[in-house]
Design a protein around this ligand. Sequence first.
Ligand code: MN
Length: 256
Amino acid sequence: MAGLDEYRRKRDPAKTPEPVPNADELPHGGNDTFVIQEHHASSLHWDVRLERDGVLVSWAVPKGLPPTTDVVRLAVHTEDHPLEYAEFSGEIPKGEYGGGSMFIWDRGRYETVKWSDREVDVVLHGHRVQGQFVFFRSGKDDKNWMMKRRHAAARPDWKTLPEQLKPMLAVPGPLPHDDDDLWAYEFKWDGVRAILRVEGGRVQAWSRLGNDITVAIPSCRALASSWVPLRLCWTVRSSRCRTAGRVSARCRTGCT
Ligand code: MN
């Protein structure tokens, strides 16, 4: 079942720096190596690859590993990759399959708890990730799998990021005296006040009234790739939304 025909078909070794091994017999490893690559392709995703029978069985996870046990993430099953790919990071040329930058997010050993055509249950022992995860097919679809974390949140202090936050509004009153460090001040800039929600390399912008205004502030999307490690809510004030969508001022208000 495992094979690299589809992998080779999608790539031209003369045009991509990715490893494209010859069609020799597949190597035999210990079925215990995994790699997770952060891939800034046309759409950001994390490729989770598990060594199995001489290839890396692969899923593309658009939002990254689920941080808590109650989060289920889409994991798109992709073509098997060669074992050499576990060491690959680099720039895939624009226009080629998967064009964009890719770097190793984590790598290590894994144990298999269960491996079937419908369910792959593993314990990952990496530098950044430790824990048990299960991939499972949803319905008859053999491409769109789901992914869940089995035990314990990534960090004990991890809290689910709220979907929406309401910004505080200015009210008349005396200024605080002793706890000045706990307050941030902003000028009353012109423009639209928005809350940015950043998680899994995605940015959403919400208006004060709870409307999704992400498309009105295109510069937020451009910032998303540099905000990949972040997980937070910010308020921003955006001016010229209708033209350039420039973020003119910002003030951190909220949660981690
Ligand atoms: Mn990818």
